[in-house]
Design a protein around this ligand. Sequence first.
Ligand SMILES: Nc1ncnc2c1ncn2[C@@H]1O[C@H](COP(=O)(O)OP(=O)(O)OP(=O)(O)O)[C@@H](O)[C@H]1O
Ligand SMILES: [Mg+2]
Length: 275
Amino acid sequence: MSGGDGYGDRGNRDLSIANAGGMGEDSPVHEGGHAFVAPGGPFLIGEAMTGGYGRGADILHGCTIAVERGEIAVIVGPNGAGKSTAMKAVFGMLNLREGAVRLDGEDITGLSPQARVRKGMGFVPQTHNIFASMSVEENLEMGAFIRRDDFRDTMAQVYDLFPILKEKRRQAAGELSGGQRQQVAVGRALMTRPKVLMLDEPTAGVSPIVMDELFDRIIEVARTGLPVLMVEQNARQALAIADKGYVLVQGRNAHTGTGKGLLADDEVRRSFLGG
Ligand SMILES: Nc1ncnc2c1ncn2[C@@H]1O[C@H](COP(=O)(O)OP(=O)(O)OP(=O)(O)O)[C@@H](O)[C@H]1O
Ligand SMILES: [Mg+2]
């Protein structure tokens, strides 16, 4: 799947939003040498995750999702399968009873979401992912909250990626269209200069044309070397751009493969892609 440079056939366009070095507040994770560091393996993995909300029943049952360096991994599955729950578990928003989350080989299972952001995770949740009453630009500034350095270059890069946001930068984010709001949400996550981007249904509620455009932008971001782990309703289209795909059913991994492999799988087509 991926070429020798680890970026597959996407090449590496220098958009520089990706941040190989990390935030600088926590020292970057080095391969080897650290007690919890296991070199190699996926860049980000939630492995054999079991857990649920609070004291409630388990929603995830040994579920694994991961993304490799320079790749796009896509999670699909029916409503209520636990896709968002799996993403939240990877981001540290629920306590796992079993399993582990590792980022660049480091076990981060015990870290808070805030600490994970400092380690380089950018997360766009499925809902409530913008500050509706704030302007577009204020949303981006909020995204940069953990940065102590000058983030204007990153903002310029976000505006290059999503030119409409520059045009509307003084407008309240809540007044934007659905697709534009999703751009604000992704832009906000990019403002931390994350090392991995997690998106929960970035194309929810947008037209097919806007969906295609958002996917193009996501591919563009991934080409810079930033791994993208995303949940998608539009399974067919998402698997078509995925290096790796996961089909989740009732909190379990039902099918895992390359995007192309899953699209070609008869059982996956019949059960999850409408034939
Ligand atoms: N905050 C919560 N508290 C308790 N249970 C929850 C919570 N959020 C989700 N659940 C439950 O967890 C299960 C999985 O929900 P989840 O949102 O992860 O599914 P999903 O695959 O993301 O679905 P969708 O495609 O509709 O977004 C559902 O049974 C849901 O009711
Ligand atoms: Mg969901």
